[in-house]
Design a protein around this ligand. Structure first.
Ligand code: FPP
Length: 254
């Protein structure tokens, strides 16, 4: 049943391990996969070639995260601001979930991965929506790593919608104003049910959040690298996790 690329994924080397097997592994890693365009430009290729290569990297990183015991891996695949890009690039990016899932879904099933989407499905083309909905449905009963694609996602929009829904529920009497707490607000976000990222990785040397998980990243550890996303390898993921393992998280305490 497995097609050629899915077989390739199975044979991709995911061999390295963490030196300290007892140190805590971040339960939730979120990644801003940046630098695809620059990677392509450096090679005299069109930007979409960088996105294609970037998609291929996802395969290795999912396997590696699964292997070291990460529970949730969130990947920022398309932001609400990315619609401003040239139509050809947007069209290509919108085809990627379908392309990726048609190749990888059998392997994700074998590896017990749960696919989840965070973002608004409203503006997505029918073929994108269909591909992600199929993956979400088919993997719903799996029990392993949650592979969460942030797709057509923007944190400000997410928080604004949460305000609207909270307001509606208070008006309808489903929620009392005095019961609104941080945990209730979290429940109204698109990441409802997921833990907050313990570690945020951003590639390509950019040091900003770009409207990504502004609420959820409040206490996350950040790790930035100059490596462009298409060049990101298992060793970089492990480097980030090792850096996380050497940090002291104090959550405002001492
Ligand atoms: C940012 O790099 C990257 C994106 C906007 C797209 C990321 C998408 C993928 C890596 C593939 C997604 C795959 C699936 C299956 C959903 P950039 O284009 O802004 O790079 P630049 O800053 O160098 O121009």
């Amino acid at each position: 049943m497995l097609n050629k690329l899915a077989r390739k994924m199975k044979s991709d080397p995911v061999e390295q391990t963490l030196p300290d097997q007892d140190a805590p592994v971040p339960a939730h890693i979120a990644i801003i996969m940046d630098g695809n365009g620059r990677w392509a430009k450096q090679r005299g290729l069109p930007r979409i070639a960088g996105h294609r290569e970037g998609m291929n990297v996802i395969r290795t990183i999912v396997r590696s995260a699964n292997k070291i015991g990460v529970d949730t891996l969130t990947l920022y695949a398309f932001s609400t601001e990315n619609w401003k890009r040239p139509k050809t690039e947007v069209d290509f990016l919108m085809r990627l979930p379908e392309r990726f899932l048609s190749m990888e879904l059998p392997v994700l099933m074998e590896e017990n991965v749960i696919v989840r989407i965070t973002g608004s499905k409203e503006r997505l083309p029918e073929y994108t929506r269909r591909a992600v909905e199929e993956a979400v449905t088919k993997t719903a009963d799996n029990t392993g790593l949650i592979l969460n694609f942030a797709l057509n996602y923007g944190a400000r929009n997410e928080i604004m919608e949460a305000f609207e829904h909270i307001y509606e529920d208070v008006e309808k009497g489903h929620l009392r104003k005095e019961d609104i707490s941080e945990s209730v607000v979290s429940d109204y976000l698109m990441t409802n049910g997921l833990t907050e990222p313990d570690l945020l990785i951003r590639t390509s040397g950019e040091i900003r959040l770009s409207n990504f998980m502004l609420w959820q990243l409040a206490y996350s550890e950040f790790w930035f690298t100059e490596v462009l996303w298409p060049d990101f390898k298992e060793q970089h993921l492990l480097e980030a996790v090792q850096s996380y393992q050497n940090r002291q998280r104090r959550y405002g305490g001492v």
